[in-house]
Design a protein around this ligand. Structure first.
Ligand code: NAP
Length: 250
């Protein structure tokens, strides 16, 4: 099935590496202008440069998504340049794993503000023009940990479960304006975030016992689901959590 995008602009957070980079590059291949956000200017700059080198349209923007004031300022500047950003993919995320009794308050707060509060801030600033335009797509990259829980990830699972609640609530709030809000829940995907597990044979074989398809996913697997949810063709899908996890959470 070919997917339709008519003159759309997207903002993808965490576009410097891994899943966000694959989503940004895939949207750009569909003709979407992509604003690539990451924490470091180098990484979002490299993604934007690779998109432009491939003939696409992209802009790099270094913003700490955990900083609500910085997000507000960045969004205000962007909306002077682009009257509407049609597609928002909240993908930036971090882990600070540890069992609860050893988890510091800083590790709790860092994960909640980077993974969950960032979605609140970006959506609050970018969704209003989408609702006025009566067209928009918001995709929040959550995790199987937010669906099933995962020992050692109280902060991360809580943030990712929070993203699911936010997704379903905003899907209801924005439905009347044809702005859809969905979540994609990856399982174990080969990126910098999972290098330590994937490259450790003992740990990886233990993880794969819980994955019916018996392999790790690729960033491209998540990009494919996300790009579909951002397309014209997905206009009747909202409030859903699309697991792309090799069958882990079925
Ligand atoms: P990754 O390879 O570690 O890349 C994370 C990206 O997020 C980087 O571009 C990073 O920016 C950006 N980022 C982190 N903190 C940020 C901040 N405060 N402000 C702005 N940007 C920030 O991660 P990934 O594996 O691609 O994961 C992407 C998303 O998928 C995350 O939300 C993650 O929780 C979720 N997920 C991943 C997996 C998996 O198996 N990999 C599974 C389930 C869910 P820099 O490049 O500047 O550092």
């Amino acid at each position: 099935m070919s997917l339709t995008f008519t003159n759309r602009t997207a903002l993808v957070t965490g576009a410097g590496r891994g899943i966000g980079k694959a989503i940004a590059e895939s949207l750009a291949k569909h003709g979407v202008t992509v604003i690539c956000v990451s924490k470091s200017a180098d990484s979002c700059g490299a993604t934007a440069a690779s998109i432009v080198a491939a003939g696409g349209k992209a802009k790099a923007l270094a913003v700490d998504v955990a900083d609500g004031a910085a997000v507000a300022k960045a969004a205000e500047e962007l909306l002077k340049e682009y009257p509407v950003i049609d597609i928002l993919v909240n993908n930036a995320g971090i882990t600070r794993d540890g069992l609860l009794f050893r988890m510091s308050e800083a590790d709790w707060n860092d994960v909640i503000s980077t993974n969950l509060s960032s979605c609140f801030h970006w959506t609050k600033h970018l969704a209003r023009p989408m609702t006025r335009a009566r067209w928009g797509r918001i995709v929040n990259i959550t995790s199987v940990s937010g669906i099933m829980g995962n020992a050692g990830q109280a902060n991360y699972s809580a943030a990712k479960a929070g993203m699911i609640g936010l997704t379903k609530t905003l899907a209801r709030e924005f439905a009347g304006r044809s702005v859809t809000v969905n979540a994609v829940a990856p399982g174990f995907i080969k990126t910098d975030m999972t290098t330590d597990f994937v490259n450790n044979p003992e740990v990886s074989s233990k993880i794969l016992e819980a994955v019916p398809l018996k392999r790790f996913g690729e960033a491209a697997d998540i990009a494919a689901a996300t790009v579909f949810l951002c397309s014209e063709e997905a206009g009747y899908v909202t409030g859903q959590v699309f697991a792309v996890d090799g069958g882990m959470a079925m």
